[in-house]
Design a protein around this ligand. Structure first.
Ligand code: ZN
Ligand code: FE
Length: 256
């Protein structure tokens, strides 16, 4: 049993990079380092030494710091097997059902294609932490750039299966815009309305809304609820066909 310490770094306009330290081994990983400089600054403040990088997908705002950090720290880079060739500096690759170890901390790896074809997520059960990149966001989900609605829905369902108390460490602060859209498709969801209000308050004070709790996402995130009557009805479709519902909700969000 080992536990992670998690440090959240805001980078670029709305990215979150995470530094995670396995207490037993003192190994430290950067999750989706968009850029090297903010990571180096945070490491110096914490007096941590980077040993690992993990990437959820190939986009530059998740891998942009890979090579510079590897150059400085000689750290080992782990990324998605299905996108091996698109991850700068990759050393090892992982896919669905694989285990990833940061010292004594073990993560289960899920393939979560849809946003990109080789997207993965890391779940550390002992720390109750999910690093899901651009698959699941607080009150939203990633755009389906390289996958089908069917793939994205299946990916989201895998994450939805995790325990309610799981903390969702997604890679962007998109929550306020997501909340506005969520309320437009699910206006009678009392929990969602309350959550949206709280998010507006937090953002007005420039506070972070990430991580969120998976249990709250299950109840309020429309993209996790495409097999419920309320979301299906909102887009005039059948809850027995959640993929079609998902496709429609995603399309509406793209145009919102
Ligand atoms: Zn992305
Ligand atoms: Fe991104």
């Amino acid at each position: 049993m080992s536990i992670l310490e998690i440090e959240q770094i805001a980078t670029r306009n709305d990215n979150y990079v995470y530094l995670i330290r396995d207490i037993s081994s003192n190994r430290v990983a950067a999750v989706d380092p968009s850029d090297a400089d903010p990571v180096i600054g945070a490491l110096n403040n914490l007096d941590w030494v980077l040993t690992d990088i993990i990437n959820t997908h190939h986009h530059n705002d998740h891998t942009g710091g890979n090579l510079e950090l590897k150059d400085i720290y000689n750290c080992s880079i782990t990324g998605p097997k299905a996108d091996h060739d698109r991850i700068a500096g990759i050393d090892s690759d992982v896919g669905d059902g694989d285990r990833y170890f940061l010292g004594g901390s073990e993560a289960m790896v899920f393939d979560t294609p849809g946003h990109t074809r080789g997207h993965i997520a890391f779940w550390f059960p002992e720390s109750g932490a999910l690093f899901c990149g651009d698959t699941l966001f607080a009150l939203g989900c990633g755009r389906t750039f390289e996958g089908t609605p069917q793939q994205m829905w299946e990916s989201l369902k895998k994450l939805r299966n995790l325990p309610d108390e799981t903390k969702v460490f997604c890679a962007h602060e998109y929550t306020q815009a997501n909340a506005k859209f969520a309320v437009s498709v699910d206006p009678k969801n009392e929990k969602l309305l309350k959550r949206a209000e709280n998010i507006n308050k937090l953002r007005a004070e420039n506070k972070r809304t990430v991580p969120s709790l998976l249990g709250d996402e299950k109840e309020t995130n429309p993209f996790l609820r495409c097999d419920t009557e309320s979301i299906a009805k909102a887009v005039a479709l059948d809850a027995n066909d959640p993929v079609t519902v998902f496709a429609e909700v995603r399309l509406r969000k793209d145009n919102f």
